[in-house]
Design a protein around this ligand. Structure first.
Ligand SMILES: Cc1cc2nc3c(=O)[nH]c(=O)nc-3n(C[C@H](O)[C@H](O)[C@H](O)COP(=O)(O)OP(=O)(O)OC[C@H]3O[C@@H](n4cnc5c(N)ncnc54)[C@H](O)[C@@H]3O)c2cc1C
Ligand SMILES: *[C@@H]1O[C@H](CO)[C@@H](O)[C@H](O)[C@H]1NC(C)=O
Ligand SMILES: *[C@@H]1O[C@H](CO)[C@@H](O)[C@H](O)[C@H]1NC(C)=O
Ligand SMILES: *[C@@H]1O[C@H](CO)[C@@H](O)[C@H](O)[C@H]1NC(C)=O
Ligand SMILES: *[C@@H]1O[C@H](CO)[C@@H](O)[C@H](O)[C@H]1NC(C)=O
Ligand SMILES: *[C@@H]1O[C@H](CO)[C@@H](O)[C@H](O)[C@H]1NC(C)=O
Ligand SMILES: *[C@@H]1O[C@H](CO)[C@@H](O)[C@H](O)[C@H]1NC(C)=O
Ligand SMILES: *[C@@H]1O[C@H](CO)[C@@H](O)[C@H](O)[C@H]1NC(C)=O
Length: 574
């Protein structure tokens, strides 16, 4: 009898705890198999409320098995974004930390769901997203948000989650006068969060406009891109992509559809612009300033170096000349490929607005003359002229870019990065020394991006959550490691450790700062001091905005604001 009473007491307490948990204070999200996970009847009800747009999600390798994908489809960003469970870097679909690892590899004979969501709302209306958000809150589910699956930190997939999938928000509309709070902001475009850059660029071209965007065909400007900052080869002229954002339509954690701009929810408007992708709500669409189109010349060239000493000397020469193009506000991608045999190649694409071929070539001559004198072999020098947005979507980093409507995908890849301040380039031997460490340390490719300075610096007084280190940066430098599916778990760990413990510290040292910064969208997911490194001085205010709009942490992504309140899966509070 006593035992029975005792038992009843325990049951009553558990029930009370569960009741509290569904109110939002739960220790863990409900995963498949948990008693609180929605029943089939619940899922059917959600499906009905989204007009049958609920889809069961499988990892890309399994989906591709069923679809009999070609290799060309497997490696296509455009194709992969049509698969709910696919990530571009498909290592993020794998649960390496599980024991045994939960893997689903291309051509594999077994398949684990890994980090891939369970169901997705394949939304075409804000109401679909609102239904998904309310369902996830009511059932205490882990949520993931994805537009394209480009994310380099695995933030658009989550184990055991309900995916809010915005790939099919494809609207693009232009206006000559976009009004915010009664003030005409001029020419602008509103893009749905599933619109890729190439599609946005093409639509803009048809109306004689350009959009400030990146060198990627399929990245979504109204997805993660501008929540990170959004860099562009045109940024030295027009600022970061996010500096050009005028408004967002967002479904917040309460399920409400809200407008964010300078006068409507200005605190969330501040946070979503640079405060990190995936932490604020589900973006339905975003509005950006547009500019009249004009002619741009891209200068391309490759330098070949036959020794580490020559590589160091050429990178120091590049540092010496990096200010050469400030007067014309050029942007540049300069990618050093390590052939792992003592030789390297530096491929450079430099974007000259309103310059002729001859003028562009003259701008590059001092650097090329120095590099030649040092002993580098210069080849493939050429120029291409066209509209800026056409020129922004080539596929890099192969020798000579081919203008592309797609992005390469279906690979295993991790990266690490630093925003390198302009002051770091004043000591060219420091720059050379950093490259020596990286190349000798086996870094596969070092992507240099001259996408700051100029207007990016001049925009210092824009009030947004963009890491202020963007305003003093000259470049964003990324080190990439990739592997194929034959790599063992130990080898994969070793690649990741190289990035975190060797390559990134070499870049951090080059910054000369104790609080150096990294661009959240192209960074190491294992960045140890991510609060400072990714968000800098903005972190405390970001936490306050997060508490106001997402008090129950519905939108949690690895390295996102508030994510340290959760375990690595974002499933249980810590
Ligand atoms: C080939 C390639 C080229 C790139 N080039 C550039 C470049 O030139 N400049 C640059 O700045 N960056 C570039 N990037 C990085 C890019 O900015 C990030 O990968 C960015 O996160 C992609 O956003 P997405 O929405 O397309 O990707 P996704 O993987 O779909 O999402 C990325 C993040 O945004 C969140 N998110 C997606 N959709 C929404 C939504 N509707 N509402 C709320 N959150 C959402 C996700 O949860 C995730 O956290 C490039 C990436 C690739 C793969
Ligand atoms: C949702 O409903 C549609 C239409 O009835 C159906 O085709 C689809 O399979 C359902 N989705 C799930 C996950 O059951
Ligand atoms: C999978 O099979 C395809 C077709 O045979 C092949 O092209 C591809 O390289 C294979 N991938 C791996 C990782 O084995
Ligand atoms: C998602 O919806 C779009 C638009 O209706 C449709 O074309 C696509 O086939 C759907 N995808 C899946 C996986 O259901
Ligand atoms: C897209 O545009 C159509 C036509 O104007 C409109 O009916 C629809 O609501 C828009 N969709 C979204 C998600 O804004
Ligand atoms: C390019 O030149 C045109 C014509 O002079 C001018 O209107 C435009 O603002 C210039 N664009 C840039 C980016 O310099
Ligand atoms: C430049 O860096 C080198 C080390 O790479 C250092 O020896 C030298 O003192 C630095 N020069 C200045 C002026 O700081
Ligand atoms: C930014 O604001 C400060 C303080 O008002 C001002 O001194 C500075 O000139 C401004 N900078 C720019 C680039 O407008």
């Amino acid at each position: 009898m006593a035992f029975l009473l005792y038992g009843l007491t325990i049951v009553a307490q558990l029930t009370a705890a569960h009741a509290a948990s569904t109110a939002g204070a739960a220790l863990c999200r409900n995963l498949p198999g948990d008693p609180g996970f929605p029943t089939q009847v619940d899922w059917n009800a959600l499906n009905a409320s989204v007009n049958g747009r609920l889809v069961a999600v499988t990892p890309s390798a399994k989906a591709c098995g069923a679809l009999q994908c070609t290799e060309a489809q497997w490696t296509s960003g455009l194709f992969r974004e049509t698969i709910a469970g696919a990530m571009n870097q498909y290592n993020w679909e794998q649960d390496y930390a599980a024991s045994p690892p939960g893997l689903c590899l291309q051509n594999g004979t077994t398949c684990s769901q890994g980090m891939v969501p369970v169901y997705a709302v394949n939304a075409t209306s804000a109401a679909d997203i609102q239904a998904g958000v309310k369902f996830a809150s009511a059932h205490n589910l882990r949520v993931a948000i994805k537009a394209t699956g480009h994310d380099y930190l695995g933030r658009s997939t989550a184990k055991g989650s309900l995916l809010l999938w915005t790939q099919y928000f494809k609207n693009v509309t232009f206006t000559d006068s976009f009004v915010v709070g009664g003030v005409n902001q001029g020419s602008a475009v509103t893009v749905g969060s599933g619109v890729g850059l190439k599609a946005a660029y093409s639509a803009a071209k048809d109306v004689g406009k350009i959009i400030v965007g990146g060198t990627a065909a399929t990245v979504a400007p109204a997805g993660g891109y501008t929540q990170g900052a959004g860099h562009s080869a045109l940024a030295p002229i027009f600022g970061l992509a996010v500096d050009n954002a005028l408004e967002y339509q967002v479904v917040i954690a309460s399920g409400e559809l809200v407008t964010l701009n300078a006068v409507s929810n200005p605190d969330l408007f501040w946070a979503i612009r640079g405060g990190g992708a995936g932490s604020w709500g589900v973006i339905i669409s975003a509005t950006f300033k547009t500019y009249p189109t004009y002619q741009l010349t891209i200068h391309q060239v490759i330098l070949a170096m036959n020794s580490i000493d020559l590589t160091v000397a050429v990178m120091a020469a590049h540092a010496k000349h990096i200010f050469d193009w400030d007067g014309v506000r050029a942007g540049q991608y300069y990618y050093l490929t390590n052939n792992q045999d003592g030789t390297t190649n530096l491929a450079m694409w430099t974007y000259f607005s309103n310059l002729t071929d001859t003028e562009a070539t003259a701008q590059m001559a001092p650097l090329l003359t120095d590099a030649t004198a040092l002993g580098a072999t210069v080849f493939g020098e050429t120029t291409v002229t066209g509209f800026p947005n056409d020129i922004l979507t080539f596929s890099a980093p192969n020798d000579v870019p081919t203008f592309s409507a797609d992005d390469a995908a279906g690979v295993n890849l991790v990266m690490g990065s630093r925003l390198i301040p302009a002051t770091a380039y004043l000591n060219t031997s420091n720059v050379g020394a950093a490259y020596k460490t990286l190349v000798e340390g086996g870094a596969q490719v070092i992507l240099g991006l001259l996408v700051a300075g100029g207007k990016v610096s001049e925009n210092v007084n824009i009030s947004s959550a963009v890491n202020p280190k963007w305003r003093t940066a000259k470049t964003h430098v990324i080190v990439v490691n990739n592997w194929d599916d034959t790599a063992t778990s130990a080898e994969i760990e070793a690649f990741k450790h190289k990035i975190t413990d060797e390559h990134v510290p070499a870049l951090a040292k080059l910054t000369g700062e104790s609080d150096s910064a990294s661009y959240t969208n192209e960074a190491d997911a294992r960045e140890p001091n991510w609060k400072t490194t990714f968000y800098g001085v903005n972190y405390p205010r970001l936490l306050t905005v997060k508490a106001a709009y997402d008090p129950n942490d519905l939108f949690i992504v690895p390295t996102g604001v508030g994510s340290d309140r959760w375990d690595a899966y974002g499933v249980c509070r810590v």
